[in-house]
Structures are given as structure tokens and as C-alpha cells.
Design a binder for this molecule. Structure first.
Ligand SMILES: Nc1ncnc2c1ncn2[C@@H]1O[C@H](COP(=O)(O)OP(=O)(O)OP(=O)(O)O)[C@@H](O)[C@H]1O
Ligand SMILES: [Mg+2]
Length: 613
């Protein structure tokens, strides 16, 4: 995550507005109400158990009630067991359902958001951060919302029922227990927070170690060439020892819980037995009631730890919640206006029947653009392109060629000025309309996992295999595809990494070509392709794309000699513009570039001939 500053999230105070928002994201709120009903049933059913014991001792064991009523009592107690089992099953089942539907709802919202976020967002946000949000944070949030919330509510409801029963049975004894409860809860909560603190530390060191491993593996060759092994090893040793220390501290604090609860239960039971015992002897309290109190105390005190743990979990999950909501609330920089959406629909629900046919005229009118505030890459940029023209962009690295392409594709929008397509500001038409009419082969081609045919079909979803083969033949990609064991069904691997860069470029070229777009954009699309194949592709561009507006960015100038307009870009401005022979006649920068490159290429070819011979 180099250079990316993760925001610090607040976990110390409960952010009610945030939780409201999180629960608001859940489509099916009925599920919470149904779960709460089972939860209350379960809590009541469990809380009344000690009353049965009290009754058994005080009535049957003491002989106050005849044993002939015992079968009824057994039936009653059995019914309660069935009731609790049923409520418990339903409550767990519903909590699981909440977890599933919650993560489904949130992931869907996140996914839609990610589809709509602009390039600028992906420029500054590491992909690992995004993946962590939609996987770990959503999973954590869903788990907490379903289990911890439900657990805390269950714990509190059970406690309230038990306390009410105790108060009704004997106020003095009940008060004795009530006084002890906040003390135990405060200590438990403090310890739980310490556990959380150390857990967080362990987790943060762990991610550093994982990151280190990752860099160590992916950068293994660089590490060796730079002789960084010792430094890396020392860092690793330091981090693992920090992790060990934090883990030991966490373990030490966590081990205090059981003795603490045991001790408190012991104190409370002793007090109960002492005072309650005296009452029993003085015949102001029934023996069964005393036993019922002892039982409640043990249950009450052991409920404290899960409640404290859940509250801490909720605080931790608040950070996950803030991160997920942060992603969902990220403002969209490139969006269609409401009236445009009204007419053309969204990308996910387009109204294609309203899409106008496109000619392919393009105008940049006084366009200013900056990726970062005030750092202009283009200033007052103007360009007029008639449909069917081929425009070539050449210039030094960083001069702004890809930026012009990015603006044309509306991956970014001009800060000032307009871009017109067929004389209409492209913001007045939808992103979906524009992208369905542009075919682009980007500077770094990306393929998706799947087969070669699948990847080409992304350009035209209903393309037949014959159409795919035809387009591949046109650019001679069929030659390498036919040599693969599975031909068009060959898998390309993640991101296309089972293929060479040149092969990836050819496939992304075929993918754009099959779409037969009115505007065709090639950003260094032939940089990794050998000169022979490049000539074939050139032929395809010249002939297939004859009536289509084409923008080509090329370092190798031999590919663009036929362009209708060659723009030499320098520092975001057009320095020279014209056809190849016009620019050559100018004897300016293009002439210089071309003659230098041409002599380099002739030298390369001569060397190649020598090696072949
Ligand atoms: N996402 C970005 N955020 C900030 N600055 C950027 C971004 N992309 C490009 N730039 C800057 O904008 C300027 C123009 O970049 P651009 O990618 O358009 O150059 P280019 O002409 O395509 O170069 P190359 O021939 O190397 O591909 C450069 O100074 C570059 O550093
Ligand atoms: Mg570029």
C-alpha cells in the first residue's frame, strides 16, 4: 500500500448515525423483527428454568404438593425445553440468514459502486484496499450485525428477565447481586478492551509480515540483485518478536477472565448462602428460592463476558463499518446528469432504443485538464476531427498523449472546455452511449481469466465463433491461436499472464475490432508486436477501420505515416500538425524524430538480418 494514506477510524465511541446507516442498507428489515421475537422467546424460556427447580424443591421435595402432580410438572418442564430448543434453533437460523442477506446486500451495493467509480478513484486507491473492503470488512460487519448484535440483545434481555424474577422473589438478596454486577462488568469490559488492543496490534504486525512475505516473494529477484537479504531478514525478525510479545500480553489478559468470573461468582454465592441461609433458618426464605438465586448468579455473571466481548467487537466493527460506508459514500466524479439518465438510462439499465447513431466527428474545444489540482497537463487544447479520419498522436513520454485519449473516452472529464461528439457535448449523452461506440486498446492491455474466445467476445457478447475467427484472421492472431493445444478455448490465465504481451495486445485488438466501433482508439497498441505483425494490423486498421474515426498513439512512427493528421504533442500542446509529408517538409521535431528512428530501425533490421543469416 505504498504511498496510500489509510484514514484512522474511530472505535472509542459509538457512532449511532453510522450504525443507522449500516442497518438502513439492509433491504429486508422484517428479518430483524422475526429474529427478535425468537430471541425474546429463547431468553424467557431459559430464564424461567431455575423457577422450575425452585418449585420442585419447595413444593415436591418438601412435601407441600402431592407427588401425584409430578407428571404434570414433568410435562410442563418438557414443554419448556421444547419451546427453548425451537426458539433457539429459529434464532440461530434467522441470525445466519441476517448474516447472509446482509453481506449479499452490501456486496451488491459495493459492486455497483465500484462499477461506477471513475479512473481517478482507481488511480489513488490501491486494489488491495478495495478487495479488503468488499471481502474482509463486509464479512466482519455481517458477522457482527448478525451475531454480536443479536448476542448483546439476547444477553441484556436474559439479564433483565433474571433480575425481574430475582427482585420479585426477594428484593434484599436481589439488591446484593445487583450491586456486584456493575463492578464485575466494569472490570470485564476493561480487560476485554486490553485484549482488543493487543489483538489489534497482533493483527497489524501480522499484516506487515504478510506484506513483507508478499514483497519478498514477488520481489525475490530484485532482493537478490540488490543484496537486501540481510536487511529483510532483520526486519522480519524484529516484527515476529513484536508479534510474539503482543500475543503473550494478549494471552495473559485473556486468561484473567475465567478466574475473575469464578471469583466473583464465589463471592456472590458465599454472600447469598450466608445471608440467604440465615433467612432460610429464620424461615423468611424458602430453600428452593435460595438455590434459584445461586443458579441465577452463576448464569448472570457468566453472561457478562460475552456481552463485554460483543460490545468490544461492535466497536471494532465500527471501523469496518466506517470503511465500507466510506467506499459506498465515495462521491462519483464522472456521472451522467439526471436528465441524461432519464433519457439514456444507466450503464446497468440502459435505454438503448434512445441511443443516437454516431457519425464519429470529434472536437476538443478549449480543453483544460489536470489530474491533480492546478497541475495542468492540457491547457486550452483544441482539435477538430472529421468522421473517418485517422489521427496519430506522437510525442515524448509524459507529453499528454494518453491523457487526450483518456479524455476522449471520458475516463476523465475536462476541467474547462468541452469535448463534442458529432457536434454535441459528450456530457449530454450517456457514458453507456459513448462507451458502446468506442473501441479501445489501452496502453497496458488487460485480459480476463477465461478462454481466448471468451475474451474476444467481451467486445460483442453475441459474437459467434466464426466471427471471432474471422476477426483474428484479419489481424493474423489466428496463427498463434491455432498453434495452442486448445486453440480458441485456451485459457489466458489471470490478467492474461499465460500469454506474451504482444499476444495480449493482439487479443485486445481483436476484442475492440469485433465491436466495429465508430471511434477506435489505440494507445501504443502495437508496442510489443513484431514489425511483421504490426504491418498486418496496420493493414487491418487502414482497411477495416476506413469509415471509422481512429486515434492512434504510437512511438514507432512507421505505423502512422498514412494518418490523415499527425499531431506532435509537447507538454500538452500541439506542437506540429499535418500529414506525414507535410511534417517532414517542415523539418521540425517530427522530421527529427522520424529520421532518428528510421535510422535506428534500419540498423535493427540490418542486425536482425545478420543474425538470421
Ligand atoms: N493518473 C495520473 N495522475 C496524475 N498524473 C498523471 C496521471 N496520469 C498521467 N499523469 C501525468 O500526466 C502527464 C501526461 O501523461 P500521459 O500519460 O498523458 O503521457 P503520455 O504522453 O501518454 O506518455 P507515454 O508516452 O509515456 O505513454 C505526465 O506528466 C504524467 O505524469
Ligand atoms: Mg501514454
Amino acid at each position: 500500500m505504498s504511498g496510500y494514506q489509510e484514514k484512522e477510524y474511530n472505535t472509542s465511541s459509538l457512532n449511532i448515525a453510522l450504525w443507522k446507516k449500516i442497518f438502513g442498507l439492509m433491504k429486508n428489515s422484517k428479518i430483524f423483527i422475526i429474529t427478535s421475537i425468537f430471541l425474546v422467546m429463547n431468553a424467557v424460556g431459559e430464564a424461567v428454568f431455575p423457577i422450575f427447580y425452585k418449585f420442585a424443591i419447595d413444593s415436591f421435595a418438601s412435601g407441600k404438593v402431592s407427588l401425584e402432580y409430578l407428571p404434570y410438572f414433568i410435562v410442563l418442564i418438557s414443554l419448556n425445553i421444547i419451546f427453548v430448543c425451537f426458539a433457539c434453533y429459529m434464532f440461530f437460523y434467522m441470525a445466519g440468514k441476517i448474516e447472509m442477506s446482509f453481506s449479499y446486500d452490501i456486496r451488491k451495493i459495493c459492486f455497483e459502486k465500484l462499477q461506477n467509480l471513475s479512473f481517478a478513484y482507481y488511480d489513488v486507491t490501491p486494489s488491495g484496499w478495495i478487495v479488503a473492503r468488499v471481502s474482509n470488512d463486509v464479512a466482519r460487519l455481517a458477522e457482527i450485525v448478525s451475531w454480536a448484535f443479536v448476542d448483546v440483545i439476547f444477553g441484556f434481555i436474559s439479564m433483565i428477565f433474571m433480575l425481574v424474577i430475582m427482585i420479585m422473589a426477594n428484593l434484599r438478596l436481589a439488591l446484593m447481586i445487583i450491586i456486584l454486577m456493575p463492578i464485575l462488568f466494569a472490570i470485564t469490559y476493561y480487560l476485554q478492551n486490553r485484549v482488543l488492543f493487543h489483538s489489534r496490534k497482533v493483527r497489524s504486525i501480522n499484516s506487515k509480515i504478510v506484506h513483507g512475505f508478499n514483497e519478498g516473494i514477488t520481489g525475490a529477484k530484485t532482493t537478490k540483485t540488490l543484496r537486501l537479504e540481510k536487511d529483510n531478514y532483520d526486519n522480519f525478525k524484529q516484527e515476529t518478536s513484536n508479534m510474539y510479545n503482543s500475543s503473550v500480553k494478549r494471552g495473559m489478559v485473556a486468561s484473567l477472565f475465567n478466574p475473575l468470573i469464578f471469583g466473583f461468582s464465589g463471592i456472590a454465592s458465599s454472600l447469598l448462602l450466608y445471608f440467604g441461609g440465615n433467612m432460610v433458618l429464620g424461615e423468611t426464605l424458602e430453600f428452593g428460592t435460595l438455590l434459584m438465586f445461586v443458579q441465577y448468579v452463576t448464569t448472570l455473571f457468566s453472561t457478562m463476558r460475552p456481552i463485554a466481548a460483543d460490545i468490544c467487537d461492535l466497536q471494532m466493527a465500527q471501523a469496518s463499518g466506517e470503511r465500507v460506508i466510506g467506499l459506498i459514500d465515495t462521491p462519483l466524479k464522472i456521472v451522467d446528469d439526471p436528465e441524461v439518465i432519464e433519457r439514456y438510462g444507466t450503464k446497468l439499465a440502459p435505454k438503448i432504443s434512445n441511443y443516437e447513431n454516431i457519425q464519429g466527428d470529434v472536437n476538443f474545444v478549449n480543453v483544460d485538464f489536470a489530474y491533480l489540482p492546478q497541475q495542468y497537463v492540457l491547457q486550452d487544447f483544441n482539435l477538430d476531427v472529421k468522421h473517418g479520419e485517422m489521427i496519430a498522436l506522437v510525442g515524448e513520454t509524459g507529453s499528454g498523449k494518453s491523457t487526450i485519449i483518456n479524455l476522449l473516452c471520458r475516463f476523465y472529464e475536462p476541467v474547462n472546455g468541452q469535448i463534442l461528439i458529432d457536434g454535441v457535448d459528450y456530457k449530454k449523452r450517456s457514458l453507456g452511449w459513448l462507451h458502446s461506440n468506442i473501441g479501445y486498446v489501452l496502453q497496458s492491455p488487460h485480459l480476463f481469466s477465461g478462454s481466448i474466445a471468451d475474451n474476444i467476445r467481451y467486445g460483442k457478447l453475441d459474437a459467434t465463433l466464426d466471427e471471432i475467427k474471422e476477426v483474428c484472421k484479419l489481424i493474423k492472431a489466428d496463427e498463434f491461436i491455432e498453434q495452442l493445444p486448445d486453440k480458441y478455448d485456451s485459457q489466458v490465465g489471470e490478467g492474461g499472464n499465460l500469454l506474451s504481451t504482444g499476444q495480449k495486445q493482439m487479443l485486445s485488438f481483436a476484442r475492440a475490432l469485433i465491436k466495429a466501433p465508430k471511434i477506435f482508439v489505440l494507445d501504443e497498441a502495437t508496442a510489443s508486436i513484431d514489425t511483421q505483425t504490426e504491418k498486418v494490423i496496420q493493414y487491418a486498421i487502414d482497411h477495416v477501420m476506413k469509415n471509422h474515426t481512429t486515434f492512434i498513439v504510437a512511438h514507432r512512427l512507421s505505423t502512422i505515416v498514412n494518418a490523415d493528421k499527425i499531431l506532435v504533442i509537447k507538454n500538452g500542446k500541439i506542437q506540429e500538425m499535418g500529414r506525414h509529408d507535410e511534417l517532414m517538409a517542415l523539418k521540425g521535431y517530427y522530421h527529427h524524430l522520424y529520421t532518428n528512428q528510421f535510422s535506428d530501425e534500419t540498423l535493427d533490421e540490418a542486425l536482425m538480418d545478420l543474425t538470421i543469416n
